[in-house]
Design a protein around this ligand. Structure first.
Ligand code: PLP
Length: 413
């Protein structure tokens, strides 16, 4: 009897670390010999959390408020977040369907694992945050990509076209990393209607909710406030890393759509984390008390966008200023270089670090037996580079000036 040999490697080994991680590594190594590089590759903001956050974190540790807690998080934090979701986001939830997570990244991973079925497809934007792709593949989803319009917003017609009988989940990220595109209310209504017609779940990553510039931020779950929880579609994911800038604290939260998803997520979280870090959640409560700082952070990033990114639009490298978020994707294809070549030259000759676009549009391929083939960067964003604009304004302005100079030099050939 012939036996089929088991695959020689686990799916995780076919997923390389992302371009983000690679560019952090390369820039960090280079920093030793070239100190003072302008770092536009990493979304680490120029501002930090309110002082009360560090104090409350330290106090919680010193007071011994650091024991195992409920797998879903501190009841008082979940109560507060339920209130915040209701008043700020117009999202109706309850503490029983709310999960506090170690960063929203872990929340997204756990959520995908809670929603996946054998053979299920997830619809993702063709230019996406590579971590979403890693999460989907590791959960066992088959990613299928929908197209974006000229401003990088999801194209509903493309979503209808690429969906199939195995589609289970639609991923929406607004404001978007890496493009800065914002899905406005009419677009969200169109996307919700398609998902509802097909019975899909929606994952709404709202990490940049406090940084919508082209109009107010809308949470797509607000559209289903009146619907019974058992029939809801939207799973909403938020973080303390962006608005209150608690990047290294690792604190996020997920409001899941249905009681059955909450049950699945409890099992996933128990197996992954037992419970989220307790002191960090007291720090999170302090951040909610200091939410006045959010407006200043919003204005700072918006000011960066309006002043420092304008030359990219004038030079024809951006179709318009990004509608939100912390990132813009500049099109450098007119230089004749790929995004990878351009980013390498910008770093080597001008000490400015950006991330090549090809890592944001890679498309996984599968062998006939379904095995994931090693993931290779490429695709729709290959002629683009990503610029983080949440950083120090002077650094950003100089970095963008040098980028534009390099573009001009290359165009003149
Ligand atoms: C779109 C998006 N979602 C989620 C995250 C995860 O943030 P954290 O794990 O720090 O909450 C990030 C971080 O860059 C992001 O850009």
């Amino acid at each position: 009897m012939t036996q089929t040999a088991p695959p020689s490697f686990a799916p995780a080994s076919a997923i390389p670390s992302s371009w983000l991680y690679e560019s952090f590594r390369i820039a960090n190594e280079r920093e030793r010999e070239h100190p003072g590089q302008i770092k536009l590759h990493v979304g680490e903001p120029a501002f930090g959390p309110p002082d009360s956050v560090a104090k409350e974190f330290a106090d919680a540790v010193i007071d011994g408020r650091a024991r195992y807690i409920d797998v879903q998080g501190l009841p008082e934090l979940r109560e507060r977040l339920t209130g915040k979701l209701d008043t700020v986001n117009r999202v109706d939830t309850e503490p029983a369907r709310l999960f506090v997570t170690p960063g929203s990244c872990q929340g997204l991973s756990a959520l995908m694992r809670s929603l996946v079925h054998a053979g299920a497809e997830i619809l993702m934007p063709e230019i996406h945050w590579p971590v979403h792709l890693q999460q989907a593949l590791l959960a066992g989803f088959r990613p299928v990509f929908y197209q974006l319009d000229e401003h990088f917003a999801p194209d509903p017609e493309s979503i209808r076209r690429v969906a199939g009988p195995a589609t289970r989940v639609l991923l929406l990220n607004t404001p978007s990393n890496p493009t800065g595109a914002v899905a406005d209310l009419p677009l969200q209504q169109a996307l919700y209607e398609i998902a509802d017609q097909h019975g899909w779940q929606i994952i709404s990553d709202e990490a940049y909710e406090d940084f919508a510039f082209s109009g107010p931020h809308h949470s797509i779950a607000a559209l289903e406030r009146a619907r019974p929880a058992a029939q809801r579609l939207v799973n909403s994911v938020f973080t303390f890393s962006k608005g209150p800038a608690m990047t290294g604290y690792r604190l996020g939260y997920v409001a899941v759509s249905r009681p059955e998803t909450a049950a699945a997520m409890r099992s996933v979280q128990e197996s992954c984390i037992i419970a989220p870090n307790a002191p960090v959640q007291y720090a999170g409560l302090a951040a909610l008390d200091a939410s006045g700082a959010l407006a200043g952070n919003h204005d700072f990033v918006r000011g960066n966008r309006d002043t420092a990114l304008a030359p990219l639009v004038e030079e024809g490298l951006l179709p318009a200023l990004p509608g939100g978020g912390w990132y813009a994707m500049a099109d450098v294809s007119s230089t004749g270089l790929t995004g990878e070549e351009f980013a390498a030259e910008l770093m080597d000759r001008h000490d400015v670090v950006v991330v090549p676009g090809s890592g944001f549009s890679a498309r996984p391929e599968f062998a006939p037996d379904g095995t994931l083939l090693p993931l290779v960067p490429g695709g729709a964003a290959s002629g683009l580079v990503r610029i983080a604009f949440c950083v120090d304004r002077e650094q950003l302005t100089t970095g963008v000036e040098r980028l534009v100079e390099l573009v001009r030099e290359k165009r003149q050939g």
